[in-house]
Design a protein around this ligand. Structure first.
Ligand code: GSH
Length: 222
């Protein structure tokens, strides 16, 4: 959200793409922590992530990248952890007990490293090159469904109102875009009632609404 910067506010610049789930995770953290930021769109469909100018700030050629003063940060989960440590209030994204924090990180990592990379644009383009459009769609659907089956089982042990207990944690910030992505692949949410219920509660939170892809200046109307 493009709030007007107040004297003393940190200067945060977020490079991202409206539909990038990894960028969305960071946008939600910034909203929850009430941190104003400047959003700089990088059009993935036009290859703007692969230009020498962008690769100079993020050699992986992926979004998001967050600039915080002289610090350049990438990898969304590392960014979430950084924001949590540097700006611990007013809302904390991790529980107090270290054992609980490990549980939250486990859930987040399951999505961040176990589901999303398998259905990233880059990966989908490679699958399409090998097997065509149908294979691309089927691949995306299968990897998300398999990942959600495991996540649903994990959440039976940890979920309250949200993924871990009754407070929003960084696991939830990973879950929201993954459910959106599931919708794009046509994955039915019926086999995953816990994921679905958590997602519905998170979707109702006013504080997260400005971070939604449709609210972004680079959003393309469907
Ligand atoms: N592990 C990275 C993944 C970043 C990533 O995959 N970003 C996607 C958008 S969500 C991207 O930039 N894709 C561009 C491409 O595949 O060419 C993170 O969590 O930040």
């Amino acid at each position: 959200m493009q709030r007007i910067r107040q004297e003393g506010d940190p200067i945060l610049i977020l490079y991202g793409y409206w539909r990038s789930g990894c960028t969305w995770r960071v946008r939600m953290a910034l909203e929850l922590k009430g941190l104003p930021y400047e959003y700089r769109p990088i059009n993935l469909l036009k290859g703007e992530d692969c230009t020498p100018e962008y690769k100079a700030i993020n050699p992986a050629g992926l979004v998001p990248t967050l600039l915080d003063g002289k610090h350049t940060l990438s990898e969304s989960l590392a960014i979430l952890e950084y924001l949590e440590e540097k700006y611990p209030g007013p809302v904390s994204l991790l529980p107090r007990r270290f054992e609980d924090r490990a549980e939250v990180r486990r859930l987040a990592l399951h999505i961040v490293s176990g589901i999303q990379p398998l259905q990233n644009l880059n990966m989908l383009e490679k699958i399409e090159a090998l097997g065509g459009t149908q294979a691309r769609g089927q691949w995306g659907k299968t990897v998300v469904a398999d990942g959600f089956a495991a996540l649903e089982t994990m959440l039976k042990q940890t979920a309250g109102k949200y993924s871990f207990g009754d407070e929003v944690t960084l696991a939830d910030l990973c879950l929201v875009p993954q459910v959106y992505s599931a919708g794009r692949f046509g994955v039915s949410m019926e086999p995953y009632p816990i994921i679905n219920a958590i997602h519905s509660r998170l979707a109702e939170l006013e504080v997260l609404k400005p971070a939604h892809p449709d609210a972004m200046p680079d959003a393309v109307k469907q």
